[in-house]
Write a protein that binds this ligand. Sequence first.
Ligand SMILES: Nc1ncnc2c1ncn2[C@@H]1O[C@H](COP(=O)(O)OP(=O)(O)OP(=O)(O)O)[C@@H](O)[C@H]1O
Ligand SMILES: [Mg+2]
Length: 287
Amino acid sequence: MSEMEKARRSVDFADKPLCLSGRGVTKVFGIGDKKTVAVDHVDFDFHEGEFVSIVGESGSGKTTLSKMLLGLLGQSEGQILFQGKPRDISSGRKKKEYWKGIQAIFQDPFSSFNTFQKVDAVLLDCINMRGGKGLSKQDKYDMMTEACNFVNLKFAELTNKYPFELSGGQMQRLMIARIFLLKPKILLADEPTSMVDACSRATILDMLLNLRDETGMTVIFITHDIGLAYYISDTVYIMEHGKFVEYGKADEVILQPKAPYTKRLISDVPKIHEEWDLSTVDLLKTE
Ligand SMILES: Nc1ncnc2c1ncn2[C@@H]1O[C@H](COP(=O)(O)OP(=O)(O)OP(=O)(O)O)[C@@H](O)[C@H]1O
Ligand SMILES: [Mg+2]
């Protein structure tokens, strides 16, 4: 582990202000025989600037929980708190206000863009949303260029293109450039790396980390890959059948797992106990 990573891991987030919390958060789909408890009384505290991973297998309830966090799906039971206060999204106006603070990157980047909006319009929208409507053309151009540089995209080459003219990897980087401009308090990323090869995957994860370092946003990273979670997060929540079976600092949970489910997830990753770097070829071989 590099010195920088060690420093990163020594931050104690329990002392930081609360960003998003949940108490007894539950989602039940259907009724009677067809009832599915997708999320089952989960408690959590995510702090400012914390990089949290939620790890679990397919069907464990990760996306359902994300949708509740985003306010796209109401919870059946329990309470979600934003910055320590009960979250109120009961009216359209309040919902809009909440959405200024939380942004998402989804599994499928294609669904994130309006097909008929060119790349520069996508980025310009972000600047306008952040109150930059009155800025000069040059200032806006500089901001868009900076955002593209941040994710290693060349703005000049993209400006006249539609999102569907980009590669999957470029599109994901464009999504991160949007986040760079929007600077939300919370970024929720539901497996944003699924579309790209393992190499650009590491790059994208590094970009998310840089973004967190630069803006102090809270990142909630949803994945079934416990190796990735170990590499990237401060804190890990392990989800099984809608419940958090274990949570804590990434090092503690993953190097000294207590729950049998966590142990099983880890045993599926052969090299987890060795100190590895995601960018090495070794890891690619284990996939
Ligand atoms: N709209 C819905 N109606 C009924 N059941 C649902 C609905 N959405 C999700 N479920 C069920 O809730 C459970 C959790 O699903 P969810 O999509 O949250 O899992 P996940 O952890 O995101 O899985 P994956 O890793 O495959 O994305 C599953 O059993 C799923 O079938
Ligand atoms: Mg999912």
